[in-house]
Design a protein around this ligand. Sequence first.
Ligand SMILES: *Cc1c(COP(=O)(O)O)cnc(C)c1O
Length: 413
Amino acid sequence: MIPLDQHPSGRHFLQIPGPSPVPDRILRAMSLPTIDHRGPEFGRLGLKVLAGIQQIFRTRHPVVIYPASGTGAWEAALVNTLSPGDAVLMYETGHFASLWKKLAERIGLAPEFLALPGVDAATGLPWSWRKGVQADLIEQRLRADTGHAIKAVCVVHNETSTGVTSDIAAVRRAIDAAKHPALLMVDTISGLASADYRHDEWGVDVTVSGSQKGLMLPPGISFNAISPKALEASKSAKLPRSFWAWDEIVEMNRQGYWPYTPNTNLLYGLSEALDMILEQGLDAVFARHRRWAEGVRGAVRAWGLPIQCADASVYSPVLTGVITPQGVDADAIRKLIHERFDLSLGTGLGKVKGRMFRIGHLGDCNDLTLMAALSGVEMGFKLAGVAIAGSGVQAAMEHFAAHPQAAPLRAAA
Ligand SMILES: *Cc1c(COP(=O)(O)O)cnc(C)c1O
C-alpha cells in the first residue's frame, strides 16, 4: 500500500521554480502508447516538435533535443564548440552559473569567473547574487584579451537560484563593442517559454534549455539552439563527444528522426506544450508571468522582507527570492510549510542557503494557486514566529483583483 503521506487529500502545491506543475493536458498526451521511433508517425512527430521549438527559441536555425536533463545540454553546448584547455569567460550570477562553471572545469576547460564584488551589508548576501550580469565588466575583460584567448562567454539568462534575469542583448553588444570573436552561450533553462527570449535577434550562439520549467513538462529532455557560427565552430572543436555530438543529430533531424532512441513520450508532451504555448502566443505567455511576478513581489513587500533581486529592471518573471531576517533559518520555515500545508517552496542554494527561499510562479499557475501559495507562506511565517510588517496575502489579492489579465480567462456566456 502507498503510505498516506504520499497522497494527502487535495492537491500538492508545487511552487518551486522547476519542475513546475504539469498540466493534465500534457500528462494525458504523454500517456499515449510509445511508438516505433523509426516509423512514419514518429517522423511526423519529430518534424512537428523540431519546428515548434524553433518558434519558442525565436530562431530559424537548428535546435537539438536531448533525452537528458538540463545539465546534459550544458555539457553539450561546451563539448560541441570548444577544445581542451580553452579559456571561457563565465559570470557568477548565482548557484546555476557556479554549477555550469564547475562542469566546464571538469571537462577540461579553463573557465574564468567574473563577478560583481562586495557583499550587501544589510542582508549579508553577495551583490553578484542580487544583480544580473554587468555587461561592462564583460566588455572590459574582452578588450584586455587582445590575443583572443577567450573562446566563449557563458551567462545565465534567468538565474533560478536568485530570481534575477540578465540582459542578454547587452552582453551581445559588449562582445561586439570589444570586437571579440568569442561565442556567446546562454543558459535559459528556467527562462524559456516564461521570460522573453530571442536566440537569433540577440545574437546568441548556443542557447541551453530544459523541459521542466516554462515548458511545463516533466524533467528529461533538454535543448541546444545553435547559430551558424556555433555549428561552424563544432567542425574544429576537439573536446571528445559522441552522445552529445550535434552533427549526426542535426543530419537525422532533417527527416524528423534521431541517431538513437529519443524520449518518445516526452516528445508527445512537448508537442502538446507547443500547441498550448503557441495557441496563446508567446507575448501573452510572457505577460502572464510578469503579472504573476508583480503580484508575488507585492506580497513580499507587504511582509516587509527584501526581494533577493536588488535591481528592479531585471526582476525574474519566473520566480521570486525572499530573504528571511538574519538569524531566521529559511529552510526551517520551508519545512514547516511543507509539513503543515503540502506546499513546496524552493530552497536557498549555495551561498544563500538558509538565508532565503524561492517562490516559483511559472507555467501552469493561476491567480488562485498563487494566492494559495502566498497564504501558505504567510501562515508559515506566523507559525515560525517571524515578524512580518503586514499581510502579503491581502496585498496580492488587491493586486490581482485590480490588474485583470489582458484577455479574459473564459469567453463571455
Ligand atoms: C534547472 C536549471 C539547471 C539544471 O537543469 P537540470 O535539468 O536540473 O539538469 C541549470 N540551469 C538553470 C538556470 C536551471 O534553472
